[in-house]
Design a protein around this ligand. Structure first.
Ligand code: ZN
Length: 500
């Protein structure tokens, strides 16, 4: 299938920049007419320069025989948090530092293993992003900056002594007495904060938050609509976009009124509607349908991040830890640790929180708990799938956004979590080509990179995947990657596996 020379090149370093001629691939891509005819794709200096039948190989080119394979754009995940601890709790890191190191070494490879060639991290600093982008093998990383509201979610878990060292928090006069005097409120208006982020020059977006406290578990300070609106307007003026963290009815309402550009998270806290009658057709209460209509009318792009919930449900899947998919994604010693006595800490933690907060649980479910394991997570997943189905059916702009890791646990594994997000989109009645668009061209548009990536077209960067199965049949076929082509450099998928 491939020339031995190319295979050894790919396995040896995978990095030699080379002009490439991909032979006889069937192209499956947004913006490209469906065709069963195999075509050749020429890549020069990391760009696609020609697509056609029987292109004549140039002396400088390496040929990659892709007969029988399907060529798609590389995938884009617009909501990740890189450089985590591999599912270890903060206080467990020190005594298991080798595991955390192994995780961080594998993390960039796992995103590529699952086909993600471009990522957007919502909070990482410029040094981290530069480091990541300088690795031999890593997805192209773009960054957002977080602008939390004073004493709100996003800064409340930081110790009070350091909390206000965060350079981009937004001032709230109502909590001024808790803010040390050296921090000038004039430096923390929405305009000042957005201005500093824009002047820093490396972020493409700003994350704000509206989080009252996860359905009653906490009581966080939340920004008024007017403040969030000012952030979004100033971001627009400065050429950035604004993602607003929102998971509840109240927060989604606020985000719609504040005219945020991106809704970060699905709507799974239905507040006073948790127990409401639903429309049997849509499984949604009428008021939620109205809110989703307003979201669509305002042109808000939606990141459903169902993985945040699915990752909790998967904690009850006994086969997940022993799956081939996980073995390819996390270092073996880390999986062994998660299979051991300490590995269940996160699930235990969730269950303890539920046990300690019966009123919150009952409010969330809208009825008394039945005792089913992970019942709140399962209810949340049903809600977010119903929300996604409605949004999709009514023309919302949905983008693939996995929020990896949304929780510090092994079920939020890099790349695999994004793949799972695509499978969940299929449950929202999205056909495979729509899921592929959400994971490629829609995200490219969001990132302002639609002329660079997101489809297999002449002029675009050669971030591409070769699959053995046709992903137009079932989106799970996106798991049949054979080659990842990164900026024109082909890498065999197996080379990226954690099991390698
Ligand atoms: Zn997130």
């Amino acid at each position: 299938m491939i020339s031995p020379i190319l295979a050894s090149l790919a396995l040896a370093s995978a990095l030699i920049s080379q002009d490439l001629l991909i032979r006889d691939a069937i192209i499956v891509s947004p913006n490209v007419a469906i065709s069963e005819m195999p075509l050749d794709v020429r890549v020069e200096n990391g760009r696609i320069t020609a697509i056609g039948e029987d292109l004549v190989a140039l002396a400088s080119e390496t040929e990659l025989n892709a007969a029988g394979l399907y060529l798609t754009p590389g995938l884009i995940d617009s909501h990740v948090h890189l450089g985590g601890n591999g599912g270890l709790r903060g206080d467990m890191v020190e005594e298991n530092i080798a595991l955390v190191r192994a995780y961080r070494r594998q993390e960039p490879r796992s995103y590529l293993y699952w086909g993600f060639t471009t990522l957007l991290d919502l909070t990482r600093s410029r040094p981290f992003v530069d480091h990541w982008n300088g690795l031999e093998l890593s997805s192209q990383l773009h960054a957002c900056r977080a602008a939390p509201y004073a004493n709100g979610y996003g800064m409340m878990f930081e110790p009070e002594e350091y909390r206000y060292e965060a350079p981009y928090y937004i001032h709230d006069p109502d909590v001024a007495q808790s803010i040390p005097a050296e921090h000038d409120p004039a430096e923390h208006t929405p305009e000042a904060v957005v201005g500093r982020i824009a002047d820093d020059g490396d972020a493409i977006c700003i994350k704000t938050f509206h989080e009252p406290g996860f359905g009653g578990l906490f009581d966080f300070n939340t920004a008024p609509t007017e403040v969030l609106d000012r952030v979004a307007r100033e971001a627009e003026t400065r050429g950035l976009f604004n993602l607003l963290h929102a998971t509840s009815l109240l927060s989604w309402h606020t985000a719609v009124e504040a005219r945020a550009h991106v809704m970060a998270h699905g709507l799974w806290h239905w507040d006073q509607l948790n127990g409401a009658q639903v429309n049997p057709e849509t499984e949604l209460p009428a008021q939620i349908e109205d809110l989703l209509d307003a979201t669509i009318e305002n042109g808000i792009t939606v990141q459903l991040t169902t993985g945040a919930i699915h990752g909790e449900v998967a904690l009850y899947d006994v086969d997940f830890l022993t799956s081939d998919a996980l073995a390819a994604t996390l270092p073996r010693e880390l999986i062994t640790w998660h299979s051991g006595p300490q590995g269940g800490w996160f699930r235990d933690n969730l269950e303890r929180i539920a046990d300690d907060n019966p009123v919150v649980v009952e409010n969330f479910l809208g009825h008394a708990p039945t005792g089913e394991p992970g019942e709140t997570s399962r209810a949340a997943l049903r809600r977010v799938i119903a929300v996604g189905r409605y949004l999709h059916a009514n023309g919302a702009e949905l983008v693939l956004a996995s929020d990896t890791p949304s929780s510090p646990t092994y079920t939020n594994a890099p790349g695999l979590h994004g793949y799972q997000e695509m499978l969940t989109m299929e449950q929202m009645d999205m056909i495979p080509s729509e899921v592929l668009a959400a994971a490629t061209i829609n995200n490219a548009r969001l990132l302002g990179l639609e002329d660079e990536i997101g489809s297999v077209e002449v002029g675009k960067q050669a971030d591409l995947l070769l699959l053995s199965e046709d992903p137009r049949n079932e989106i799970s076929d996106m798991g049949s990657i054979r080659w990842v082509i990164l900026d024109g450099r082909p890498v065999q998928r197996e080379y990226l596996s954690a099991g390698n």
